[in-house]
Design a protein around this ligand. Structure first.
Ligand SMILES: [Zn+2]
Length: 86
């Protein structure tokens, strides 16, 4: 799970659309993980997640699997959904 610059995403469009599944998330949205411990935000590969867990998997259900790429924290991390700028 790589880290990308936030300049490419419109975080004001980030939604708490937490009922969404990987399959219902529209393709111009990107999935970001936010670290509870250090507040780092990293981009996740939603397509890789969909391949692994299936398109009916609720995004929220994967939160406990998030691990921060900066500090390694695995507790209380959450997802954000942001619209990708074109
Ligand atoms: Zn962290």
């Amino acid at each position: 799970m790589g880290i990308a610059s936030m300049r490419h995403y419109d975080l004001s469009q980030a939604k708490g659309n937490i009922r969404a599944t990987l399959g219902t998330l529209e393709e111009w949205y990107v999935l970001l993980g936010n670290c509870y411990a250090c507040d780092h935000i990293g981009r996740l590969d939603r397509w890789a997640l969909q391949l692994r867990y299936g398109k009916d998997c609720r995004i929220k259900a994967l939160e406990h699997r998030l691990a921060c790429t900066k500090c390694g924290n695995r507790l209380f991390n959450g997802f954000c959904i942001a619209k990708q700028k074109r």
